[in-house]
Write a protein that binds this ligand. Structure first.
Ligand code: GRG
Length: 303
């Protein structure tokens, strides 16, 4: 995809994603060296370096650059976002949670390393995320680093991801209405995406208005991410009908298409992209191109 920002300048989104993902993968690889005790570091690296789209760290870096910061300022907290995301996936897959066998196309962490190690690998990644930001961030004033750490902590804890997960667990087997579904998604998915964008802007030196603008953008794309996930679930399961024994991937789970119908869910997704774009209109078009394309990418992704 190309976008003309200014006469003569073209933004190559595909190249941008590949370049940023490579940078993030290198930083993650270096953040967790294979050292003693080998088993825990192997388990941490297994899930952290197992692929994944790296949407959160790339959003974080793009937001930092949008407000005039350099990639280096955001790289430690961008890596921390992926560490937290990965640990939440490891714990989400555990037998006491979703009990999944596969993640990112590979056997889940507990299937390979055992349950005890998977719990500890998640704990260690969560702890490392905060240590990494505090000890590795460069060229950013301490007050900004502290603000960003507070933002990340709030997004992860009992008012963030953990809140979403516990409400999700409590809702199992019950009728869930749209407002409960939104609560779960805002907390399980949107909070960390929001923290990624907001922390990037904080580290990059954004002022209060910049930070609030990107927060509004992030809230739209956070919810969008989940609505699209739900739509993909439906399209995937109907594609698979006939190929497999007709396994319904979305069985028993409340989703936007189930609660509002597929067409309305698609309209809701379109509305969220449009709203996200509106927030970006305040910024320089050239600098906002990556976030503009990231919103489009989240809306139109196929996995
Ligand atoms: C965070 C302390 C702490 C504990 C974990 C288990 C749990 C609490 C929360 C569950 C969070 C969860 C699994 C949310 C779903 C997030 C989501 C949308 C995952 C898919 O993200 P993608 O598509 O995946 O970005 P890749 O593999 O590309 O990174």
């Amino acid at each position: 995809t190309q976008l003309k920002n200014h006469p003569g300048s073209v933004f190559h989104f595909g190249e941008y994603m590949i370049m940023k993902a490579k940078r993030v993968n290198k930083a993650l690889d270096e953040a967790v060296p294979l050292q003693h005790p080998l088993k825990i570091h192997e388990a941490m690296r297994y899930s952290l370096l197992a692929g994944g789209k790296r949407v959160r760290p790339i959003l974080c870096i793009a937001s930092c650059e949008l407000v005039g910061g350099d990639e280096e300022m955001a790289l430690p907290i961008a890596s921390a976002m992926e560490m937290v995301h990965t640990m939440s996936l490891i714990h989400d897959d555990l037998p006491c949670m979703d009990d999944d066998d596969l993640r990112r196309g590979k056997p889940t962490n507990h299937k390979v390393f055992g349950e005890e190690t998977a719990v500890l690998a998640g704990d260690a990644l969560l702890s490392l995320a905060f240590e990494h930001v505090a000890s590795r961030t460069i060229n950013v004033s301490p007050d900004r680093v502290v603000r960003a750490i507070a933002e990340l902590g709030a997004a992860v804890g009992s008012e963030g991801l953990v809140a979403g997960q516990i409400v999700d667990i409590a809702s199992e087997g019950k009728e869930v209405d749209l407002s409960e579904l939104e609560y779960i998604h805002v907390h399980k998915t949107a909070k960390l995406l929001e923290a990624s964008v907001v922390c990037g802007a904080i580290m990059g030196g954004g002022n209060a208005i910049d930070v609030e603008r990107v927060r509004k953008y992030a809230r739209c794309i956070g919810l969008l991410f989940q609505v699209v996930d739900d739509i993909l679930d439906i399209t995937k399961s109907s594609e698979e009908l006939g190929k497999t024994a007709g396994k319904d991937l979305a069985a028993d789970k409340a989703t936007y298409p189930k609660l509002m119908g597929l067409e309305k869910a698609k309209e809701f997704a379109d509305m969220l992209v449009a709203q996200a774009m509106e927030e970006l209109a305040y910024f320089d078009g050239g600098k906002a191109a990556p976030l503009y394309h990231l919103a489009n990418y989240i809306a139109h992704r196929q996995n």
